[in-house]
Design a binder for this molecule. Structure first.
Ligand code: A3P
Length: 355
């Protein structure tokens, strides 16, 4: 028996433990099949490329689920939301195109562009740069509210979308149409001394005609009728009879839904006016005096943020023509009773000159 065991053990193949480095490397080669360096580089490249493509498509389509990568807010980069054109084209996570919760309804040539530009400084506001003319254009209005919404910039749920179309103030159908869209909407309205506004309106219309090589009659020719009285049917005059237009708005909206600004205040103290507008909109005070600087060449305040300095276009703050003193006096006398009706309606005396 002992002999049998001894013979069997002599037939068992015995592998000794490795003792030197070349033996160890042989074991590794056995456990992990050989992968060439080229293949590793190739696979790594493909993985990296896929990650880059996913991130790009997530930015483009707004399908980003990784907030820390795709949502600037989650990175605490709140200031990104205060830039011009924010939300116009770029859509981040949670952003949607929303109907405006606030509209600048007028008045034309009273500083509506300046107001919209100043509001755009606020990170809690997104603005539609173009005038929409949705509620005063029959075809557009009867197209659908949905097509209007789709024109709005992207916004976060806590942001206010604002558009401005000064033509809304004077168009008959508009108050009811806006009321039907949103009866609790907030409205912003700027009044400018009606004589100045009428002249500014004339300048705007004249510029349009000049650019088409059309004849431009003088301001006096437009504003006076054949008997030398104020021409009530001249559009620039009609638009300045504010109480008539405002009374139509008050059939649908209460006065505390309409925030009224005097144009001169906006020109002279933009930061003070904007502070009050922020209160009206019930948003934090983010628009600071440091966001404005006076540009002597322009003759107006311009906007300054961390990333930009901007004055309004040359079409804002135009030179007005010289108007005969007698015509100015006639206009002042003409508007005086209308202005007084307006002061009574809004509970504020704007102290516009009467002579
Ligand atoms: P004028 O061109 O007659 O001076 P709107 O934007 O509603 O068309 O109003 C234009 C008016 O905005 C200008 O009329 C100008 O008086 C006024 N305005 C107010 N703030 C301004 C600013 N910061 N820069 C230029 N114009 C400003």
């Amino acid at each position: 028996m002992y002999e049998q065991v001894k013979v069997m053990s002599s037939h068992i193949h015995y592998s000794p433990l490795p003792t030197n480095e070349s033996d160890i490397s042989n074991i590794h080669k056995f456990a992990f099949p050989k992968i060439s360096r080229l293949k590793i580089v190739g696979v790594t490249f493909v993985i990296l490329l896929s990650v880059v493509l996913v991130v790009i498509s997530c930015f483009n389509k707004g399908y980003c689920s990784n907030k820390s990568v795709c949502n600037p807010e989650s990175e605490g980069n709140r200031s990104d939301r205060g830039q011009y054109g924010k939300g116009e084209h770029i859509k981040f996570h949670h952003m949607k195109r929303r109907l405006p919760q606030c509209i600048i309804i007028g008045a034309r040539k009273a500083g509506t562009r300046a107001l919209l530009t100043y509001l755009n400084i606020h990170p809690g506001i997104v603005v539609k740069g173009e005038e929409m003319h949705f509620f005063d254009d029959e075809d557009y209005y009867y197209d659908s509210l949905e097509s209007y919404r789709k024109q709005m910039p992207y916004s976060y749920p806590d942001q206010i979308t604002i558009e401005k179309t000064p033509a809304y103030f004077t168009e008959e159908e508009v108050p009811e149409r806006i009321y039907r869209m949103n009866k609790t909407i907030k409205l912003l309205l700027i009044f400018r001394d009606p004589v100045e506004r009428t002249i500014s309106d004339y300048v705007q219309i004249a510029e349009g005609k000049k650019s088409k090589n059309k004849y431009v009659a003088s301001f006096e020719d437009h504003v006076l009728d054949s008997k030398g009285n104020i021409n009530r049917s001249y559009r620039a005059v009609k638009s300045s009879i504010y109480h008539k237009h405002l009374s139509r708005w008050l059939e649908f909206f209460s006065l505390n839904q309409i925030y009224i600004i005097e144009s001169k205040d906006l020109v002279e103290n933009p930061s003070v006016v904007m502070y009050d507008v922020e209160d009206f909109l019930q948003i934090e005070h983010e628009i600071k005096p440091s966001n404005f600087y006076f540009n002597k060449t322009k003759g107006f305040y311009c906007v300054k943020t961390d990333t930009l300095q901007k004055c309004l276009a040359d079409s804002k703050g135009r030179q007005h023509p010289h108007v005969q003193r007698s015509v100015i006096s006639k206009l002042r006398r003409f508007f005086a009773p209308h202005n007084r009706k307006l002061y009574k309606m809004v509970g504020t005396d704007f102290h516009w000159a009467e002579e």
